[in-house]
Design a protein around this ligand. Structure first.
Ligand SMILES: Cc1ncc(COP(=O)(O)O)c(C=O)c1O
Length: 315
């Protein structure tokens, strides 16, 4: 087994082993949560002999936009950051599924909330498989913690400190025996899961809360909306969702880079629909897996091959 600490990461403008990528204990980002991160998946395809980064440039574009909310401006373009990530994959020789974690943070080692304009960023890529086994359906519970309000801490920002909200909700969910938490916002509508977006199937339509409900504007959410419209010809509706719709919908599932497309078969101990994984969820889950493994030509534009960038052109 290779030592994870030997994995090469981008840190402080250089490529170094993970074990050497250390920050000072007084770092601003550590004390005040003043960092912005991303999560990107890379899928290894045995048949293509290729590792595909999924919507990598869009993740970096979102990251740069979010960084700006904190006054952090990494100089590289989203395209340059994507290339840097592909290079990390090549230098590590990954031939397995991976997870990429870019993180920018206020880096000054000093006491005091006021920012001084100094920041640093890192890109870490590590082998990564299934985040949560949802093959038999997940059991979710509505959390007593509410989703962050945009006027207090931007939910769409993927800001490090904001994830305490997700941690509290996840801790509570696990204590109650649930796999994942579902958070309501201050108006009592369903926002999303602790680490993922949420969809339900009701009256033959696919329904998901809009960005104004304090959700993170998920990239997997966008993928699933596109697949549902183009491949299943389903009407996709973004509208506020009531808590009780979780109990009376036909199907419910979660989406996220780590979570992928994960069916929920029980909420608060109540069976969703038949209590089994529904047909729309199963179909979208399968289509998503096919697309991110490069098996559907129409979705090759989502993918960035790491080893042979020309490879996709002729496929
Ligand atoms: C709170 C939250 N919502 C939703 C998502 C899903 O976003 P994406 O599909 O872009 O990974 C994530 C995952 O990063 C998340 O942390």
């Amino acid at each position: 087994m290779p030592d994870m600490m030997d994995t090469l990461v981008y840190f402080g403008g250089r490529v170094v082993p993970l074990g050497e990528a250390q920050v000072n204990i007084l770092t601003h980002g550590l004390h005040y949560g003043t960092g912005v991160f991303e999560g990107i998946r890379g899928y290894w395809s045995e048949e293509a002999g290729e590792l595909f980064l999924v919507r990598c440039e869009e993740h970096y574009a979102r990251w740069k936009t979010n960084c700006r909310m904190l006054g952090i401006e990494p100089p590289q373009t989203a395209e340059e950051l994507t290339e840097l990530t592909a290079e990390l994959v090549r230098r590590n020789g990954f031939r397995t599924d991976i997870y990429v974690r870019p993180i920018a943070y206020m880096s000054s080692p000093r006491i005091g909330v006021r920012p001084d304009g100094k920041f640093d960023f890192a890109i870490i890529a590590v082998p990564f498989g299934v985040y949560m086994d949802s093959s038999k359906g997940l059991h979710a519970g509505v959390a007593s913690w509410r989703r962050l309000e945009d006027h207090a801490l931007p939910a769409r920002g993927k800001i490090c400190g904001a994830y305490v909200n997700s941690v509290l909700a996840t801790t509570e969910a696990h204590r109650h025996g649930y796999d994942e938490a579902i958070l309501l916002n201050e108006s009592g509508h369903v926002a999303e899961g602790a680490t993922c977006n949420l969809f339900l199937v009701r009256h033959g339509k696919l329904i998901t809360p809009p960005p104004s409900e304090n959700i993170l504007e998920g990239i997997t959410r966008a993928c699933v909306m596109e697949l549902a419209r183009r491949e299943l010809h389903l009407e996709v509706v973004e509208r506020p969702v009531d808590r009780t719709e979780l109990y009376c919908c036909d199907e419910l599932f979660l989406t996220g880079t780590a979570m992928e497309v994960a069916p929920v078969t029980r909420v608060d101990h109540i069976a969703v629909g038949s209590g089994q994984i529904g047909p729309v969820t199963a179909h979208l889950r399968e289509l998503y897996q096919q697309a991110v493994h490069g098996r559907i030509r129409d979705y090759h534009t989502w993918l960035r091959p790491c080893y042979e960038p020309v490879h996709m052109a002729g496929r």
